[in-house]
Design a protein around this ligand. Structure first.
Ligand code: URA
Length: 210
């Protein structure tokens, strides 16, 4: 069922994630841990980036040295909590182009509604990494990926911190071509759509709001 899902089960990630889940962890530490985990996840998600070589001159001699091939990748933050993951990934891949998708949930229909969309050009030629810490119901993730595909993106990966089985299944149904990379697959959603055991509202914990 979860063949498009990779859970990065690394001791450092799991240790830091436990600290993030703990309700006693303050905002500043929560943000720092998220940045650190996102760098470790980014390392994993970029493992198979295409490579080429270029000729350089070291202090000793010329060499054909490995370098990333193709257009710079695009990181797309799903607002607002996506920005916490974005910061860490950008530190690791500073030359990446950056886009933003803003969605809110209509109170009556409960469907995601777009309020902002801005992405780099040539989306069809880039690896696009959409970032959102919490893959819960999957509604906003599916809508964001719909929008990215409309902008031309063909090679998309979804990076999150925690995933619920319900969100993973929804993504697989709507976008089976989009691999998901996460630090943990949690048990379920509660009746309000929160991931349990989870870590609460990622945006609130990251930005100190309630
Ligand atoms: N969004 C969050 O921030 N937390 C959840 O548990 C689910 C969605």
């Amino acid at each position: 069922m979860y063949d498009h899902l990779t859970v990065v089960d690394h001791p450092l990630i799991q240790h830091k994630l436990t600290l993030m889940r703990d309700e006693a962890t303050p905002t500043s530490l929560f943000r720092q841990l998220l940045r650190e985990i996102s760098q470790l996840l980014a390392y994993e998600i970029t493992r198979e980036l295409p490579m080429t070589t270029k000729t350089i001159t070291t202090p000793m001699q010329d060499m054909d040295a490995p370098t990333l091939a193709g257009r710079k990748l695009a990181l797309v933050s799903i607002l607002r909590a996506g920005n916490g993951l974005l910061d860490g990934v950008l530190e690791l891949i500073p030359s990446a182009r950056v886009g933003f998708v803003g969605l809110y949930r209509d109170e009556e229909t409960l469907e995601p509604v777009e309020y902002y969309f801005k992405v780099p050009e040539h989306m069809d030629e880039r690896l696009v990494i959409a970032v959102d810490p919490m893959l819960a119901t999957g509604n906003s993730s599916v809508a964001a990926i719909d929008m990215l595909k409309k902008s031309g993106a063909k090679n998309i990966r979804f990076l999150c911190l925690l995933a619920a089985p319900e969100g993973v299944a929804r993504m697989k149904e709507a976008h089976p071509d989009v691999p998901i990379i996460t630090a943990a697959l949690d048990e379920k959603l509660n009746e309000k759509g929160y991931i349990v055991p989870g870590l609460g509202d990622a945006g609130d914990r990251m930005f100190g709001t309630k």
